[in-house]
Design a protein around this ligand. Structure first.
Ligand SMILES: Cc1ncc(C[n+]2csc(CCOP(=O)(O)OP(=O)(O)O)c2C)c(N)n1
Ligand code: SF4
Ligand SMILES: [Mg+2]
Length: 349
């Protein structure tokens, strides 16, 4: 039985931080390397090549099933994850799985949990999952209610930063300057505007629920650890996972993991854990990567580099990353300080 932790492991055998390696001691192996893993999202689904959401969901659900000792039910909002996994009459899911509407997965999960409680079956755990559109936009009121009531549900948001399933429309999680079908790279300020959108992990923290965490598909061991940690608690828990989308981002399918890593190492996507409204841990960055290393690999940001570099916009995105570095103490072990006024001013310009 694995006792997954988020302790860093070096896999010299493969020269990478790949997880699932069967050469490490049994107690340090990932859930995914376990022959008994649930394989909950099995092969044959229709996700695009290199889909971060498919990868993230596979790790999340298998880790949740292992943590729940096999007794897990899932509720899934409408979105890519639901569509690519369940083309009627087929399914890739190997667990009790309900498709809710686009906007009500948290409410449906709350109902499932209440029914289980009424039946005296609180040994069966409930997971709800959805994309960023289903979570930060249309499902947000239900999610906030679920948090406020502290319902015993783990909610997982797979954030690919737009409405991918319906053709890459902007969501409240789309980053500034990104081109989407509804924020075209035209006009004086091409792409998505600055100053809008929502930081839902921080909003979740404001509800003071037992557990909020962020993760990426670049560190699958950390992702598994956070699922296990969340499942060790009762009450409302929220996990926000960055999942690159080759189709919507205009990136190469083989760059999915690299992009998730660059998002974290630049500071654009801070990786942290919070309990009852307070940050308790953040994943440190050894060397901060400049945001342009991340942006350049994605055609949704191509207008920042051609026909000429847009220093102003690249600088503003860099300022966002720099603010996260300070806000979450990503570069050192110091306690999380207030971010400097100069950075705030740059952000608000
Ligand atoms: C009420 C309602 N409005 C719109 C839709 C169409 N719709 C289905 S999925 C989707 C976008 C999903 O985006 P997101 O939640 O980010 O998931 P992704 O596909 O990106 O994984 C939309 C607009 C719908 N199903 N129901
Ligand atoms: S559009 Fe994006 S999220 Fe949807 S299946 Fe393809 S890669 Fe995955
Ligand atoms: Mg999305």
């Amino acid at each position: 039985m694995t006792t997954i932790s988020n302790e860093k492991l070096k896999f010299y055998q493969v020269g990478s931080f790949a997880v699932g390696n069967r050469l490490v001691p049994v107690e340090l192996r990932s859930f995914q390397s376990d022959e008994e893993r649930a394989n909950a999202l099995t092969s044959g689904h229709r996700a695009c090549q290199g889909c971060g959401e498919a990868l993230g969901a596979r790790y999340v659900v298998d880790a949740a099933i292992a943590s729940a000792e096999g007794k897990l039910m899932a509720v899934n909002a409408t979105g890519c994850l639901e569509v690519f996994s369940t083309p009627y009459p087929e399914t890739s899911w190997q667990l009790p799985w309900l498709h809710s509407l686009f906007g009500n997965a948290p409410a449906v999960a709350t109902g499932v949990q209440a029914a289980l409680k009424a039946k005296g079956r609180e040994d069966i755990r409930v997971l709800a999952q959805g994309g960023d559109g289903g979570t930060v936009d249309i499902g947000f009121a239900c999610l906030s209610g679920m948090f406020e009531r502290n319902d015993d549900v783990l909610y997982v948001c797979y954030d690919n930063e737009a409405y991918m399933n319906t053709g890459v429309q902007r969501s409240g999680a789309t980053p500034p300057a990104a081109r989407t079908a509804t924020t075209q790279a035209v006009g004086e300020h091409p792409g998505n505007v600055f100053g809008q959108g929502k930081d839902v992990p921080r909003i979740a923290m404001a509800h003071e629920i037992p557990y909020v965490a962020t993760a990426t598909v670049a560190d699958l061991r950390d992702l598994e650890y956070k699922v296990k940690r969340a499942m060790s608690m009762r009450g409302a828990r929220y996990l926000h996972v960055m999942v690159p989308c080759p189709l919507g981002w205009g990136s190469a399918s083989q760059d999915t993991i690299k992009l998730a890593r660059l998002a974290a190492e630049s500071g654009l996507f801070p990786v942290f854990e919070a309990e009852h409204g307070e940050v308790v841990a953040s994943t440190k960055i050894r060397r901060q990567v400049q945001v342009e290393e991340y942006l350049k690999l994605q055609r949704r940001f191509a207008h920042l580099f051609k026909p000429q570099r847009d220093e102003d916009v690249i600088g503003r995105l860099q300022a966002m990353a720099d603010r996260n570095i300070v806000r979450y103490g990503l570069l050192d072990d110091s306690t999380i300080p207030a971010y400097p006024a100069s950075t705030t001013a740059l952000m608000e310009n």
